[in-house]
Ligand binder design. Structure first.
Ligand code: NAP
Length: 249
């Protein structure tokens, strides 16, 4: 199939974890996936491309810091020069830098807000301009359960995810008349590198709060993303889908 006929799916932070899994869920011959990542080591990104190709899809990955306005602008310019359209944007890039409030440094606050929230704003703004002209498109923001319920030790991360939910609802209201839908997914406690770095004690305490008594898998989040990007969700906008095993209701 010719590239120009393909559905263009852009995923930020797509080299591993939930982002990679969403890409694998979208991977099919009529879809081209364009993702970015931050680490200059391309090993995870190259592995992701191979996995997408194994599923019959196409993927390209670029090193882009979503917190950098110039890098984001160049990334979207490249996409438009090469593809001419964007059908789906998944704002997935995110980091944690945990500390209790009284010990949190300004640098840790700024870095998490810059990547998790400003990064999503910059990418949403760039994609929205394209999607408004197309009069179609779907934006999915990967928030977090803690953005709704709060979490001790994560003031910066929780603020970024609560902000992302507010951004989702506002963008949904502004873009609806142009046929663009904007929704969020709020994952609970998902088994990825981000949670692998937590101690066994912390993990056990988290799992104890989950009615299903187990962590979620990236596939659980990818399924919700596939639904939100599908025609089945064509009347859904401005919503937050919680994927958390009942951890927060
Ligand atoms: P992960 O395995 O650590 O993956 C994070 C991804 O974001 C990587 O591809 C990473 O690329 C990329 N990234 C980090 N900083 C970036 C930047 N400045 N610019 C571009 N890309 C950047 O994390 P994950 O668990 O899959 O999390 C994915 C999303 O889900 C995040 O937004 C996270 O907050 C959210 N979430 C996760 C959980 C969970 O339990 N895991 C729960 C709720 C929400 P590099 O490796 O190249 O830096």
């Amino acid at each position: 199939m010719e590239d120009e006929k393909k559905r263009i799916v852009v995923v930020t932070g797509g080299s591993k974890g939930i982002g990679r899994c969403i890409e694998l869920r979208f991977a099919r011959p009529d879809t081209k996936i364009i993702f970015n990542h931050y680490d200059p080591d391309d090993e995870a990104a190259n592995e992701t491309i191979k996995l997408v190709e194994k599923e019959g899809g196409t993927a390209v990955g670029y090193k882009v810091n979503v917190a950098s306005p110039s890098e984001v602008s160049d990334f979207f310019k490249k996409i438009m020069d090469e593809e001419g359209r964007i059908d789906v944007l998944v704002n997935n890039a995110g980091i944690t830098m945990d500390a209790i409030l009284v010990r949190m440094t300004e640098a840790a606050w700024d870095r998490v807000i810059d990547i998790n929230l400003k990064g999503a704003f910059l990418c949403t703004q760039a994609a929205a301009k394209v999607m408004m002209k197309q009069r179609s498109g779907c934006i999915i923001n990967i928030a977090s359960v803690v953005g709704a319920m709060g979490n001790a030790g994560q003031a910066n991360y929780v603020a970024s995810k609560a902000g992302l939910i507010g951004l989702t609802k506002t963008a949904a209201k502004e873009l609806a008349s142009r046929g663009v839908r904007v929704n969020a997914i709020a994952p609970g406690f998902i088994d990825t590198e981000m949670t692998a770095k937590l101690s066994e004690k912390v993990k056990e305490a988290m799992v104890a709060q989950i009615p299903f008594k187990k962590m979620g898998q990236p596939e659980d989040v990818a399924g919700a993303a596939a639904f939100l990007a599908s025609e089945d969700a064509s009347y859904i906008t401005g919503q937050v889908i919680h994927v958390n095993g009942g951890m927060y209701m």
